[in-house]
Write a protein that binds this ligand. Structure first.
Ligand code: XMP
Length: 502
């Protein structure tokens, strides 16, 4: 495998991702773990926020590094550190170079084989290498002739820019060229990864019972099926908060049943809808749902021997500003309450997907035999339809949303557009407007259709759906859904709008 050593850069996990995209198995290691990094075929030192001249600058045992006898690539901070190790120096600076630069590869190609002459690369650093040791060869410079890439010997390479970010246009090729210098590297096959995961789970869990929450979403489904596949005594708990889509609970139950994993459904709709009655403020609604969800889930769990969570790699972050915080530190997010932290401290929390990116989780799911439809489901928010129903929530409103949504999603699927959009739904605008239905005047609510594309949910763009889909959806909703006399299409980007309405 390729070992990526984490010096704390915000881009470190991207290096892992790129290497895996290139088809090789990569793993991220915290510096504290060095040199316990198994038997890597190549090592990449990541960038980092510190300056090599700072007293507590991250360092590593060069003897040990050299002792692996494999190619080493230092990126940014990693390159500066290597330059020092080879007897050169680094110039500290408090001015940061951030943004695009032009790459001018030198004569001896190697890392830059096949890379075009004035390719854009992305810089993000303050320190730079100053004195080069006698052994160093400059293998690429920027447009001003400043060295941006070094080779100290046949195995040690350095790159000042960040080949792992997409703004470095030929970054993948450069990384690939480096990996080629390593000869035979272990390929990344999700099948092998699955086998390793299952072995690991068996060892950690033994005969203990493992509880996990399932929602019908991709991550929790893959998690539950993986545990099941590993022969674990798993209790999969599904909380129905009454804010699910049309027929969703039955579908989730069926899906799991077909996969041989029985789920325990907690029907808590009355409890949730009771607590939400008359509440119109979005934040209050979210708070009620969040707290009730946790209570309901933990009531059902009782005394858990172990808890499994579908945490993915992107949730596992290192913080650039905190030297102690490394990739193994988990970002605090909504489902990480005290109870979970307590279990975690006792080593009772299992997060088998924590090394995987979303697309890898899907590949894992497919190799576990999970149906394509389930793996490519749109994201659905924890608070469910509540965030698509502005103002207070009633069963009547929820039922209207369910009908409109089912029609819209059905049309997207029928026309082959469901998987072209990242997320889509119909919501409710509980404002009455005048219309005519038959011979009568109507005075009814509107539904808003929303379809967006996004990479990471942080930004989103609305989708120009074919008008035929919109027309057919609108016709059916207006004909079939009681209480709606107007269909609107939401053409707001995020920002400034959000994807959901609350
Ligand atoms: P917004 O509305 O913030 O949504 O643009 C971004 C993405 O996050 C989903 N979302 C949530 N997911 N719990 C979740 O698990 C939540 O409370 C929540 N709120 C929004 C939303 O569906 C979209 O994909």
């Amino acid at each position: 495998h390729v070992a990526v050593l984490d010096f704390g850069s915000q881009y470190t996990q991207l290096i892992v991702r790129r290497v895996r995209e290139l088809g090789y198995f990569a793993k991220l290691y915290a510096l504290e773990d060095f040199p316990n990094i198994g038997k890597p075929g190549a090592i990449i030192l990541s960038g980092g926020p510190k300056s090599t001249s700072e007293p507590d600058a991250p360092d590593l045992d060069f003897e040990a590094l050299n002792g692996f006898g494999v190619p080493v690539l230092g990126v940014c901070y990693g390159m500066q550190l290597l330059n020092i190790k080879f007897g050169g120096s680094v110039k500290a600076s408090n001015r940061r170079e951030y943004g695009p630069a032009t790459l001018v590869p030198g004569e001896s190609s190697g890392l830059y084989e096949g890379v075009s002459k004035n390719s854009q690369v992305w810089m993000s650093h303050s320190d730079t290498v100053e004195n080069l040791p006698a052994c160093a060869v400059v293998i690429a410079a920027n447009q001003h002739g400043t060295p941006v890439s070094l080779k100290w010997d046949e195995r040690f390479y350095g790159i000042q820019f960040h080949p792992e970010v997409t703004h470095s246009h030929e970054g993948n090729r450069i990384l690939h060229n480096f990996l080629l210098t390593a000869g035979e590297l272990a390929p990344f096959h999700i099948e092998d990864f699955k086998r390793e995961l299952i072995e690991g789970i068996k060892q950690t869990v033994g005969s203990k019972q493992v509880v996990c929450g399932v929602s019908g979403g991709v991550d929790s489904t893959v998690l539950a099926v993986l545990l099941h596949e590993a022969g674990v005594n798993v209790r999969a708990i599904y909380v129905d908060h009454g804010l699910m889509r049309k027929d969703e609970t039955a579908e989730v139950q069926n899906n799991f049943h077909r996969m041989g994993v029985e789920i325990e459904t907690i029907d808590a709709s009355e409890r949730f809808l009771g607590a939400l009655a008359g509440v119109a403020d979005p934040e209050t609604k979210r708070k009620i749902i969040g707290e009730l969800f946790i209570d309901t889930f933990w009531d059902a769990v009782g005394d858990a021997e172990m808890l499994a969570q579908g945490t993915l790699y992107p949730d596992v972050i290192e913080s650039a500003s905190n030297a102690k915080s490394k990739a193994s530190k988990i970002k605090t997010h909504h489902n990480r309450v005290d109870r979970i932290l307590e279990l975690q401290a006792q080593g009772k929390v299992l997060e088998p997907l924590a090394e995987l990116f979303k697309d890898e989780v899907r590949a894992l799911g497919a190799s576990l035999g999970i149906a394509h439809d389930i793996l490519w489901r749109h994201p659905f928010p924890g608070p469910g339809l509540a965030v698509r129903c502005p103002g207070d929530i009633t069963v009547e409103k929820l039922d209207i949303i369910r009908e409109c949504d089912a029609i819209f999603i059905g049309k997207l699927k029928e026309h082959g557009w469901y998987e072209k959009v990242w997320q889509a739904y119909a919501g409710l605008i509980p404002v009455k407007t005048v219309g005519v239905k038959g011979d009568e005047r109507s005075y009814e609510w509107s539904t808003n259709l929303r379809a967006v594309i996004s990479d990471d949910a942080m930004t989103a763009d609305w989708v120009e759906l074919p008008s035929q889909i919109l027309r057919e959806t609108s016709n059916r909703i207006l004909n079939e859904v009681k209480g709606i006399n107007r269909v609107l299409y939401d053409i707001s980007t995020k920002p400034p709008a959000s994807i959901e309405w609350e």
